[in-house]
Design a protein around this ligand. Structure first.
Ligand code: NAP
Length: 308
């Protein structure tokens, strides 16, 4: 058990939005405590190359996230690795309960991000880590010189596929439509690779398991003809978008029907003194730059709330 604590602003989540909020809170002369249930960095830490953050032409997700983490710490932010179970009102402030302790907060910023969406296929969980992966930069190296598939048509899928073309013998990009959500520049880069096959208008209907208990291929079905085909992939990288993970806070802030925290550009939620920043809140553009923008807005709004 840890000793109970208090902070002007407790920030839940150490991704881009949360760490940016911590930087703004510290620079405003207040004390921030960042609580993170997993590892720092959020989703961006697994992005091989960031090429759309203003002022930085190229940087890896790891270097970007580590830079943010170090900057927040150097400014005096405390960053602790523990999961938040509940937030309860405490006068004007809040009590943030973790498994280990209670933390009294003047204000709270929810920056919980999102988690990767699963396919929902019967043996998906069983094959996770045995051929099925949700992170190409984490697991891609296991498939050197092998055939792999990526599922999805957004920036994550296209970036994952591009990354895998560097060392996999063949990369199949499976997407349920023939138009992509990903930036046109990424699509063109991928199409220029000679070890890529686009499998379009197709969905995965079965994950094939080999005798060794590992993924041996994926069965796809063409959405127009109904024709089935087995792609002999040793690895499948699922990149079909994200879902929020905010159920722990459903009792204290309003969530929309998809589970995102209802908050506008001012990051204010339905609860006084609780702000929501980054991908976890209702918004139309979920990008690194908008997560950082939200962090700044929420950090300053939380400081104003504490001072009022
Ligand atoms: P996304 O943009 O939501 O794309 C998800 C893709 O998966 C879509 O193509 C979607 O198909 C497909 N999909 C969704 N559910 C599916 C299902 N059940 N079965 C099969 N396919 C399914 O997700 P993302 O690529 O993870 O990106 C999320 C956000 O982060 C986006 O705003 C993206 O731009 C951003 N991002 C930015 C960068 C960067 O700037 N460097 C990198 C990564 C991500 P449909 O198109 O048919 O709906």
């Amino acid at each position: 058990m840890k000793d109970n604590a208090q902070a002007d602003v407790v920030i839940i989540g150490a991704g881009t939005a949360g760490l940016t909020a911590a930087i703004y809170v510290q620079r405003a002369g207040k004390a921030s405590l960042v609580l993170e249930g997993n590892a720092y960095g959020g989703q961006i830490i697994n992005t091989p190359d960031i090429e759309n953050y203003p002022g930085i032409a190229h940087i890896s997700g790891f270097d970007f996230a580590t830079g943010l983490y170090n900057q927040a710490q150097e400014l005096g932010a405390k960053i602790e690795f523990e999961s938040v179970l509940e937030i309860v009102p405490d006068g004007k402030g809040k009590i943030v309960k973790t498994r280990e302790r209670e933390i009294h907060a003047g204000a709270v910023i929810l920056a919980t991000g999102v988690v990767r969406r699963e396919l929902g296929l019967p043996n998906e969980k069983k094959l996770a880590g045995k051929g099925v992966s949700y992170c190409a930069t984490c697991d891609g190296a296991f498939y050197r010189k092998k055939e792999v598939a990526v599922n999805g048509g957004g920036n994550t899928a296209l970036e994952d596929a591009l990354f895998l073309t560097r060392f996999c013998s063949r990369v199949y990009l499976i997407h349920r439509r023939d138009a992509f959500r990903a930036d046109a520049a990424e699509v063109e880069k991928l199409k220029a690779k000679d070890n890529v096959e686009l499998v379009l208008n197709a969905t995965i209907d079965e994950l094939k398991e080999g005798e060794d208990g590992k993924l041996s291929g994926v069965e796809v079905v063409d959405k127009f003809t109904g024709e089935k085909r087995i792609i002999p992939a040793a690895g499948l990288f699922v990149a079909i978008g994200q879902v929020p993970s905010n159920q722990a806070f459903a009792g204290i802030v309003d969530l929309d029907e998809a589970g995102y925290i209802v908050a506008g550009e001012d990051t204010r939620t339905s609860a006084e003194g609780i702000f929501a920043a980054g991908d976890c809140r209702t918004k139309s553009v979920r990008q690194l730059a908008t997560a950082a923008g939200d962090g700044a807005v929420a950090g300053l709004a939380a400081c104003q709330y504490v001072e009022a």
